[in-house]
Ligand binder design. Sequence first.
Ligand SMILES: Nc1nc2c(c(=O)[nH]1)N[C@H]1C(S)=C(S)[C@@H](COP(=O)(O)O)O[C@H]1N2
Ligand SMILES: [Mo]
Length: 311
Amino acid sequence: MVKIRSWEITPRHVYLSRRRLMAGAGALIAGSLLGAGCAPPDRVRVDATAESGAGDSAQLSDELTSLEAITGYNNFYEFSLDKEAVARVAREFRVAPWTVEVGGHVAKPRTYGIEDLLKLGQEERIYRMRCVEGWSMVIPWQGFPLEALLKQVEPTSQGKYVRFETLYDPEQMPGQRNPAFDWPYVEGLRLDEAMHELTILATGLYGEPLLPQNGAPLRLVVPWKYGFKSIKSIVRIDLVEEMPVTLWMAAGGGEYGFWANVNPAVPHRRWSQATERRIGESGRRPTLLFNGYADEVAHLYPDLDSRQWYY
Ligand SMILES: Nc1nc2c(c(=O)[nH]1)N[C@H]1C(S)=C(S)[C@@H](COP(=O)(O)O)O[C@H]1N2
Ligand SMILES: [Mo]
């Protein structure tokens, strides 16, 4: 039986549509929730934590975003800048064979085949995902903690940050011919962020292997940070000593920073981050500090003022 942990769901109430879960591939997830013994007739309701300081968001529920939206509305600039075109352009993307080189400041560098990584164990994680552009989804991922991989390669004392790189293959990824960006896509985390239990490498969603548009066969998911940190189709992971320069740091003229923690109080230079549009809903909902995961992650940032949380 899968244990439900507080961070898997909203800090207050979560209502998961059982009907939607039971439809097709989601049955696995529904099964685990039902197994946990909280299944009223047609909805599964989970109270994650006790009520405390409930604000507006206490009234809001987090239903899973539809499979259609998750796989049909994508940011993946290597394929297209048009979110609704990404799936089509990426359809033929070759995800096998696939290897991931893990190196840098580690005692045991290693090249993994995707099949080795799948052996690290698959867990279900239902996370909110908040794009810096002001929209969000709730996605049922499968994957494994990044920590499990990092422990195998044994970071040395010089390994202070983790640098991730997406495949570079302009033949398959026409967007990489766009000279506005410094390809390949690079992202990074501080080691403690990378080792945090919320941080996963995802291999699937809704019970199925990832499709190309969602970052097949392996992508990062860091749910308390803006979506652009969750780099797709990873081929290299390096432990490095200095904060890596990410694609967005290089491209954005300081607009998109390294930390990129979701924070409703810190506006983007061109728009407010106070509210967001949940895909599939009408209207907007308040954005939550650290995307609703503050209880789990705020302790990572004792020295950052709130502006640095974003920039
Ligand atoms: N390599 C790569 N990773 C990427 C992106 C990208 O363009 N290229 N877009 C990012 C952005 S802005 C978001 S919001 C998420 C979107 O993930 P999804 O399409 O699976 O919802 O992927 C992130 N990872
Ligand atoms: Mo995004």
